[in-house]
Design a protein around this ligand. Structure first.
Ligand SMILES: [Ca+2]
Ligand SMILES: [Ca+2]
Ligand SMILES: [Ca+2]
Ligand SMILES: [Ca+2]
Length: 475
């Protein structure tokens, strides 16, 4: 019996493809606007946020860069350094400097004095060409991706981003910080339909199982699956995890986690680069089974144990009743430090009163995700539960990647879907972002970071355990 189905509703799309609607149900009433909202209040907020962001430039405390004048005797250098209480940290003489006839190079000096005072002392010595702070440069990733800049991709915005939306995940603010928008070294397992790993806005972040050699008919990594290079299709029991435009839901999930950012096209996921996606396809045309869900969860657990840095699985599906077998699989993932991020479901039910699986499992590694709209309201369809559901995230009117076209000819498209299916990958991306910036974090630490950063949200008060919505601005 098929028990699981993807949690997606309300479809609109940029390119016409009837197959996109295959798993979608009726349009919800709170699909968010997909065009920029340009009212006076919004403009004011943008301006304020911009002024807040302008701060003094940063430099390395207790350091300066000094270039001594050519031919200055060591005695004079020593006197100048003593005046600035400075000690040598590094002498930088690059090949390019030498080629340019510069044998002095640049010295990086340490000093316990204030940097400004130390620089003044060096300059007063008369023996330096310059003395200056060792500036710290920030990586400011600002999305130029089409659906970001046109105001549609609200789930990535924050209260201090442009475009602005305080109800977004605040990812744009995390991107603007020093670490940027990359999620190096992190792998996320998508348990869903397959996904279009050749999509123009996904392919750079599509992972391969490095232990497997493609197409040799051999199970090189001995995990029980032959040629599982992109993952495994548990529904079809084969190694093709993308089987055409029917894999739109999985592809949409993938784009929210890891749509390639900054490439001037399409969308931007929470993680722009560095991340790798792998697929455990188990939802087919008629949904998926518990048996295949167990295999899919265990597939990623085994990869993690074998050394692949699977931080979380993203699970935008549900249905059926309690399964000890699936709970056990999720607990095995917990023991391997793999988070299980689960959609609350789209039936507007209280999961505390009427359990929603897999969201309601009590596994320590599970984060259950409700959906909010761009207004901050809980989405009309979203399940909730003060105990069983953890956090809200953007899920109404979410633009992401989809395959479009025909069976014979698939190409890259973008579409707006709504559902807790769309909220969940925002949290999966958040887990990846945190893990990338805090290497070696346990599943418990990542979960705690996500839940403790939630922003109190009236529509979620008493409806999710954190009473709040996703906020990755500080990750
Ligand atoms: Ca294999
Ligand atoms: Ca092989
Ligand atoms: Ca297949
Ligand atoms: Ca893009």
């Amino acid at each position: 019996m098929r028990v699981a189905s993807p949690f997606v509703r309300a479809v609109s799309h940029s390119l016409t493809a009837a197959a996109l609607l295959a798993f979608a149900t009726a349009c919800s009433t709170d699909a968010s606007p997909t065009a920029p909202v340009a009212d006076a209040a919004t403009a004011t907020v943008v301006e304020q946020a911009a002024s807040v962001r302008v701060g003094p430039p940063e430099y390395v405390a207790g350091e300066m860069l000094v270039k001594f004048k050519a031919g200055v005797p060591a005695l004079s250098r020593g006197a100048a350094m003593r005046a600035a209480n400075a000690t040598a940290a590094e002498k930088i003489v690059t090949a390019a400097m030498r080629r340019a006839g510069d044998r002095e190079g640049v010295e990086r000096l340490r000093t316990p004095m204030g940097v400004a005072a130390a620089i003044a002392a060096m300059q007063a010595s008369g023996v330096v060409e310059y003395a200056e702070p060792n500036w710290v440069y920030q990586h400011h990733d600002i999305s130029n991706d089409t659906y970001y800049t046109n105001g549609a991709l609200w789930g990535m915005y924050g209260d201090g981003s442009s475009p602005v939306n305080q109800n977004g995940s605040q990812a744009a603010e995390a991107w603007a910080r020093a670490a940027g928008a990359g999620c190096n070294g992190v792998v996320i397992g998508i348990i869903d339909e397959g996904y279009y790993f050749s999509h123009e806005d996904l392919s750079a972040n599509a992972g391969v199982n490095s232990g497997e050699v493609a197409g040799d008919g051999i199970d090189n990594d001995r995990n029980g699956y032959i040629d599982d290079v992109r993952g495994w299709d548990f529904d079809g029991n084969n190694n093709s995890v993308f089987d055409g435009v029917g894999d739109d839901h999985g592809t949409h999930v993938a784009g929210t986690i890891a749509g390639v950012g900054g490439n001037g096209r399409g969308v931007a996921g929470i993680c722009w680069s560095g991340i790798k996606l792998l697929s455990a396809k188990f939802l087919g045309r008629n949904g998926g089974t518990t048996a295949n869900a167990i295999k899919a969860v265990d597939y990623f657990t085994a990869l993690r144990v074998s050394g692949v840095n699977i931080v979380a699985t993203s699970n935008s599906w549900g249905g059926g009743g309690f399964s000890q077998g699936l709970k056990d699989a999720i607990d095995r993932a917990a023991a391997a430090n793999v988070l299980f991020i689960a959609a609350a479901g789209n039936s507007t039910v209280n999961c505390d009163a009427s359990p929603c699986f897999p969201a309601s499992y009590t596994s320590s590694n599970l984060i259950a995700v409700a959906s909010i709209a761009s207004s901050g309201a809980i989405s009309s369809f979203s399940n909730f539960g003060a105990t069983s559901i953890d956090i809200g995230a953007p899920g109404s009117g979410i633009w992401s990647t989809v395959p479009v076209g025909t069976k014979a000819r698939v190409s890259s498209g973008y579409a707006s879907y709504s559902g807790t299916s769309m909220a969940t990958p925002h949290v999966s991306g958040a887990a990846a972002l945190y893990a990338a910036r805090n290497p070696g974090s346990s599943a418990a630490q990542i979960k705690a970071a996500i839940l403790s950063a939630a922003v109190a949200t009236p529509s979620l008060n008493g409806r999710v355990a954190t009473n709040g919505r996703l906020n990755v601005s500080g990750f």
